[in-house]
Design a protein around this ligand. Structure first.
Ligand SMILES: Cc1cc2nc3c(=O)[nH]c(=O)nc-3n(C[C@H](O)[C@H](O)[C@H](O)COP(=O)(O)O)c2cc1C
Length: 208
């Protein structure tokens, strides 16, 4: 089963020719972007406290680096940001319903360079930039009026360029494992787990 008609077999995670999960992910992601009606870039991000208490929420995948890091942007002072500062281990899960596919990624997180965060922040819509400044993400909010008043104040304060708040930044999950799951008949699904080893990846088929 090819990942995409016309794609080389090495981009199909189940092909014997696939040695690197990153082009396989890119091929699946391209198909998801073409087919999923909503948020093909949405992924669940799991974090945990140093004591191992987990939490999970959705974030958007904004970039995949050549070295296999999956980048999202958020408020570093949010619950997820604080958990990642105390425990940089994270897991991601993407589910593309129309394609009946799942990808699970586990790895260690680091913050992106501030220039990269600036670049991405500048590419966002003005309303989103103002929202990033106005929101004390994950903190209690008295009422919605307070949030809207803060957004209006910030908009008046910065009629031209909105500066990136230093705590709003990108996090890169450097993948240690990437698992591809494809639904098959009778729940005999395909699963292929890629694990990073020095200089490359090893892979292993898993029971569904
Ligand atoms: C589809 C979807 C995409 C989202 N993308 C992001 C995102 O990229 N960054 C972000 O900070 N929050 C995003 N959110 C909101 C988070 O799920 C979450 O509510 C927020 O970041 C606070 O999480 P925390 O309190 O665990 O830190 C998204 C929510 C949904 C439903």
């Amino acid at each position: 089963m090819s990942a995409n008609p016309g794609e080389p077999a090495r981009h199909d995670p189940f092909s014997p020719e696939a040695l690197d999960p990153l082009p396989c992910f890119q091929a699946w992601f391209a198909e998801a972007r073409a087919l999923e009606p909503n948020d093909p870039d949405a992924m669940a991000l799991a974090t945990a406290t140093p004591q191992g208490r987990p939490s999970v929420r959705m974030v958007l995948l904004k970039n995949i680096t050549a070295d296999g890091s999956f980048v999202f942007y958020t408020n570093a002072q949010s619950r997820k940001g604080e958990e990642l500062r105390a425990n940089p281990n994270a897991a991601l899960c993407l589910h593309w319903k129309s394609l009946r596919r799942q990808v699970r990624i586990e790895g260690v997180v680091s913050e992106v360079q501030s220039q990269q965060a600036d670049l991405y922040f500048r590419s966002r819509a003005r309303g989103s930039q103002i929202g990033a400044l106005a929101s004390d993400q994950s903190r209690p909010l008295n009422d919605r009026v307070t949030l809207e008043a803060r957004a209006a104040e910030i908009s008046a304060l910065y009629p031209a360029e909105v500066p990136r708040p230093p705590h709003w930044t990108g996090f890169a999950v450097h993948a240690h494992t990437i698992e591809f799951w494809q639904s098959r008949a009778d729940r005999l699904h395909d699963r292929m787990l890629y694990t990073r080893i020095p200089g490359g990846w090893e892979r292993c088929l898993l029971y569904p």
